[in-house]
Design a protein around this ligand. Structure first.
Ligand SMILES: NC(=O)c1ccc[n+]([C@@H]2O[C@H](COP(=O)([O-])OP(=O)(O)OC[C@H]3O[C@@H](n4cnc5c(N)ncnc54)[C@H](OP(=O)(O)O)[C@@H]3O)[C@@H](O)[C@H]2O)c1
Length: 344
């Protein structure tokens, strides 16, 4: 383990080996931060890429910590001025035990991180939530054309729909903001939509699996839904921006763009004609699904790239990594998290 000097600003990133967190760690290192990254298993090869990042030998320390392990979290957070809480399950498969697989790590995990932050005099915590904690609000007033940060998903509705991921993200974000208010801890949340872009980690995460499915095609016909998409590199920028900006407060939606399945397929087909692509229906869902707005984040100075660049960089990365090749016995699958988009 490398040592890091106490001169640089120290920050902790939970779940450092994941898709979004890896890009955040890379960005933080490039900006001169000393980073304490938590991973559940420092010896697992799926986390090896972290040690190869520029600046990692000098300024990255990895700590073994499950978010349900308070002592391990406290050890990782000690000495840090800021914490980025990114770790939370994004299940690809159908959830069989919601409490242990999703709800407890998301909600109790967030509380454990925040308590460790209070105990270690952390100055600011950035919690990664999701637009899943924004969208599902049947009481949103008719006539308001965008969903903004005042819109909260109804967690009971999410539970009734067995949408455990959205229920967990909503409850975790509410818990985080309430904890911050009650305990005088500065907590800011960021709510990204579907995050795509090149991977730094070797293991395919759930949202990348969605675009791989759309590109390769598979057994399920996909609805022509509008998808909100953000680039993973722009999410990392947003997280650092809200951390560094002394004015930031509350929640920030991080969802710059949306595109229907059909338009996405057409855009990609032009650049990469040799894939099968998913079959999608012809219905118009777009006009009945309200968009979300990221104006609050843009007003802070966030400048996301164009969606075309994100989609093309993603597919080019998948090509290079061999993710688009057929593997015998492993048919391409639509992650269960997105089963709402399938006709089955
Ligand atoms: N990707 C998206 O489209 C998207 C959109 C909105 C919000 N988000 C949020 O962004 C965050 C990161 O997601 P991602 O897309 O980067 O997915 P990811 O690559 O699957 O990362 C999830 C991370 O959480 C860690 N984790 C899960 N359960 C844990 C536990 N009990 N203790 C410690 N670590 C645990 C995982 O560690 P292991 O490797 O050990 O499993 C992994 O590092 C999550 O909070 C997610 O809800 C993602």
């Amino acid at each position: 383990m490398a040592s890091s000097s106490s001169q640089q600003p120290h920050v902790c990133v939970t779940g450092a080996g994941g898709f979004i967190a890896s890009w955040l760690v890379k960005l933080l290192l490039s900006r001169g931060y000393a980073v304490h990254g938590t991973v559940r298993d420092p010896c697992n090869p799926k986390n090896a890429h972290l040690r190869l990042l520029e600046g990692a030998p000098e300024r990255l320390l990895l700590f073994k910590a499950d978010v349900l392990d308070r002592d391990a979290l406290a050890a990782a957070i000690a000495g840090c001025q800021g914490v980025f809480h990114v770790a939370s399950p994004v299940p690809a498969d159908k959830v069989l035990d919601p409490e242990s697989e999703v709800l407890a790590p998301a909600v109790n995990g967030t509380l454990n991180v925040l308590q460790a932050c209070s105990a270690n005099n952390v100055q600011k915590v950035v919690v990664v939530s999701s637009t899943a904690a924004v969208y599902f609000n049947p009481s949103w007033p008719q006539g308001r054309l965008f969903k903004d940060e005042t819109c909260w998903s109804d967690r009971n509705l999410c539970m009734e729909n067995e949408d455990w991921y959205s229920a967990a993200k909503t409850t975790a974000e509410e818990t985080a903001l309430e904890y911050g208010e009650k305990n005088g801890l500065m907590v800011v949340t960021v709510c990204p939509c579907i995050v795509l872009g090149p991977l730094l980690q070797p293991v395919i995460n759930t949202t990348s699996e969605l675009l791989i499915y759309i590109t390769k095609g598979g057994p399920n016909v996909i609805k022509n839904l509008p998808w909100n998409i953000v680039d993973v590199r722009d999410v990392a920028d947003a997280l650092l921006l809200v951390y560094e900006n002394v004015e930031s407060s509350g929640r920030y939606i991080c969802a710059p763009d949306r595109i229907t399945t059909k338009n996405m397929v057409n855009l990609l087909k032009k650049a990469y004609p040799n894939y099968n692509y998913v079959n999608c229906d012809n219905q118009d869902y777009e006009s009945s699904i309200l968009p979300v707005t990221s104006e609050k984040l843009r007003n802070l100075g966030w400048k996301p790239r164009k969606m075309e660049e994100t989609l093309c960089d993603s597919v080019e990365y998948y090509e290079k990594a061999g993710f688009l090749q057929d593997v015998e016995g492993c048919p391409c699958r639509l992650p269960h998290l997105f089963h709402f988009a399938s006709d089955e």
